[in-house]
Write a protein that binds this ligand. Structure first.
Ligand SMILES: Nc1ncnc2c1ncn2[C@@H]1O[C@H](COP(=O)(O)OP(=O)(O)OP(=O)(O)O)[C@@H](O)[C@H]1O
Ligand SMILES: [Mg+2]
Length: 269
């Protein structure tokens, strides 16, 4: 039985159809896969910040996080969005267990190293995988909010893509990013169905990949480099997207380190 980490973008959480949750529960009950959900919550956070007149600022797709923003991010992610997902899974006949990286020291954070002046934006250096093992053994579907804490008790806002990639690495799990787009668009506005590390780096320098897509593809590449066997970006509104991802079908954009990686995956199907 293998783990599959499914990152549900905040951009799509509100519009995921009931069939998505039904498929998720069916996949878990069939027993071949242990799904682990990690969720974002971009729009809910921005709405809440707007209501109290705190401006939203992003640098390279990452939300600048002051103390005040951090409090709102935690309310939205670990409160509203996390429990909304637990509820949807329950409605679909599954049992979900929602918690965040803060609880039990599940995700150990440190300040993000790649971009400066982001405030309390972190990355993950350790994942307590035994929690996931125990919960999934109990037949529960873990639903993880990415807020995390360092050894001193300081909380950090971790981009959900970054958290999902770290969890997938720790579990050596397949990684599926569910978002509001059908994959990566190239400069001609066509979806690319496969992309290598080099092609992605070019698309970032040419500013074809911008905003929230930057942390998604960078964490995807990082995950592949650290042994995650398969990564794809798929649209949450496409029916049976999860099943198709797990069956290795052409859906969304699959990411590879190099061309030889594509052949490797093809020959293993
Ligand atoms: N080349 C590209 N191809 C596709 N989408 C792109 C590209 N460049 C930038 N984007 C943007 O990236 C967005 C997806 O990232 P975004 O962070 O907004 O969503 P998410 O990660 O699913 O949600 P959340 O961050 O709330 O978890 C797309 O909706 C699109 O606007
Ligand atoms: Mg995002």
């Amino acid at each position: 039985m293998s783990y599959v980490v499914i990152k549900c973008g905040g951009s799509i959480v509100d519009s995921l159809p009931d069939s998505f949750y039904e498929n998720l529960v069916a996949i878990q009950k069939e027993g071949a896969w242990k799904p682990v959900i990690v969720h974002g919550g971009g729009p809910s956070i921005t709405n809440l910040l707007d209501q109290i007149d705190i401006p939203t600022q992003f640098v390279q797709g990452l939300r600048v996080t002051t103390n005040q923003v951090l409090e709102v991010v935690e309310m939205a992610l670990s409160g509203s969005v996390n429990k909304q997902m637990v509820q949807q899974i329950a409605k679909a006949g599954g049992k979900a267990f929602g918690w965040s990286g803060v609880d039990g020291g599940f995700l150990k954070a440190k300040p993000a190293s790649n971009v400066k002046a982001l405030g309390f934006v972190g990355e993950i250096h350790e994942v307590e995988t035994s929690y996931v093992e125990q919960l999934t053994n109990l037949g529960l579907i873990p639903v993880i909010s990415p807020i995390s804490m360092d050894v001193n008790g300081q909380k950090y806002n971790i981009n959900a893509d970054v958290a999902a990639a770290s969890i997938a690495q720790a579990l050596q799990a397949r990684l599926c990013f569910i978002s509001n787009i059908s994959g990566i668009y190239n400069k001609n506005q066509n979806i690319v169905h496969e992309a290598t590390r080099e092609e992605i780096q070019d698309m970032i320098s040419e500013k074809v990949i911008i905003g929230g897509m930057i942390p998604k593809v960078l964490s995807a590449i990082d995950a592949l480099e650290k042994g995650v066997p398969e990564v794809a970006i798929v649209n949450g509104l496409e029916p049976n997207n999860l099943q198709q991802f797990l069956e290795g079908k052409a859906i969304g954009t699959r990411l590879y380190l190099g061309k030889e990686g594509m052949e490797y995956v093809e020959s293993n199907r």
